[in-house]
Design a protein around this ligand. Structure first.
Ligand code: P6P
Length: 327
């Protein structure tokens, strides 16, 4: 089959061979995410037309005003995963605690847990800036058949079996890895089908884009300030949309570095380890880049809590290594 007409569904089946011992659950899990992404994409694209934007009147654990689409996306991803009885637990930015999922017979025989940010960057929805879904998949470590535990979620990023994101932008793309490279699929809305549009995505070792919120510049540690100065001395382009998925997706395609450093007021920065930094770190490393918290590889960080924050510097290998020499 000519690769450029490969659908996501066909690709998942074809890649099933990469998991000789898998019973097809991971494939079914990816198909569930594919369905949820299509449903959320349709609503995001209608956001300006349907009274679905604006505050939902509640706050999430972040203390952020939940947008209606935040809640909608969270419900859709949870529902599609639960309905197909594929996972034994879900952790979401929108839920204070993790969700334990039993089968119809009360058993917990499913072997995967999913961590997700169902609609990252949602504060950008009303101004029509690209937003995204980020997901991270682990094999449970607690005994099969028993209720899922927090330990199943607090695993190092190196244990991820899959990670990916959906970007709801000028087109909707689903990008993911199962540890054998990164592939991108673009949704054809007329057919409701994701087609392989970006096979074997790689991030250039060098780039000339730096992405950081310079409004926090005065609160950065000196090494970060010095590196930003280095970028400016070399006439790199400053590109910062304020929507993680859009910023990192652009930098993967064009080369660049994304930074959310710690500040005086937020020493651990803003981004969440388990469902923002770890999935992107896996994707970026699989694409040939690097991801660090400034001291260690993101994927090696030992998690301590579900919503913990870490500083993050990720993107083109040589740019991240140059930054590390400034710290
Ligand atoms: P700041 C959006 O709220 C988000 O979580 C990411 O999508 C984005 O990269 C970051 O926060 C922007 O944060 O502090 O620069 O506005």
């Amino acid at each position: 089959m000519e690769e450029r007409y490969t659908t996501l569904g066909e690709f998942i089946i074809k890649k099933q061979e990469d998991f000789p011992y898998s019973s097809g659950e991971l494939s079914r899990l990816m198909n569930s995410i594919r369905l949820a992404a299509k449903i959320v994409a349709q609503k995001v694209n209608q956001a300006g037309l349907v009274d679905i934007t604006g505050a939902f009147g509640k706050e999430n654990i972040q203390g952020e005003q939940q947008q209606k689409l935040d809640v909608f996306a969270n419900d859709i991803f949870i529902q599609t995963l639960v309905n197909r009885e594929i996972v034994c637990g879900i952790g979401s930015e929108e839920n204070d605690d993790f969700i334990s999922i039993c089968g119809a017979d009360g058993s917990n025989n499913n072997k995967y847990v999913v961590l997700m940010d169902p609609l990252d960057g949602s504060s950008n929805i009303d101004v029509n800036v690209s937003v995204g879904t980020i997901f991270s998949i682990y094999r449970r470590i607690s005994e099969d058949g028993t209720p899922v535990t927090q330990a199943d979620f607090l695993q190092k990023g190196i244990n991820q079996v899959a990670a990916g994101y959906v970007i709801y932008g000028s087109s909707t793309m689903l990008v993911y890895t199962t540890g054998n490279g990164v592939n991108g699929f673009t949704l054809d809305p007329a057919m409701g089908t994701f087609f392989l549009s970006h096979p074997d995505m790689k991030i250039a070792e060098d780039g000339a884009i730096f992405s950081v919120n310079e409004g926090n510049f005065n609160q950065f540690e000196q090494g970060v300030k010095d590196y930003i100065g280095y970028c400016k001395d070399h006439s790199y382009s400053g590109r910062y949309i304020g929507s993680l998925v859009a910023d990192v997706h652009r930098n993967i395609l064009k080369g660049g570095i994304y930074m959310y450093p710690g500040t005086v007021s937020k020493p651990n920065g803003k981004l969440r380890l388990l469902y923002e930094c770890n999935p992107f770190a896996m994707i970026i490393e699989q694409a040939g880049g690097k991801a660090t918290d400034g001291k260690q590889r993101i994927l090696e960080i030992e998690p301590t809590e579900l919503h913990q924050r870490v500083p993050v510097f990720c993107g083109s290998k040589n740019m991240v290594e140059k930054l590390e020499r400034f710290l």
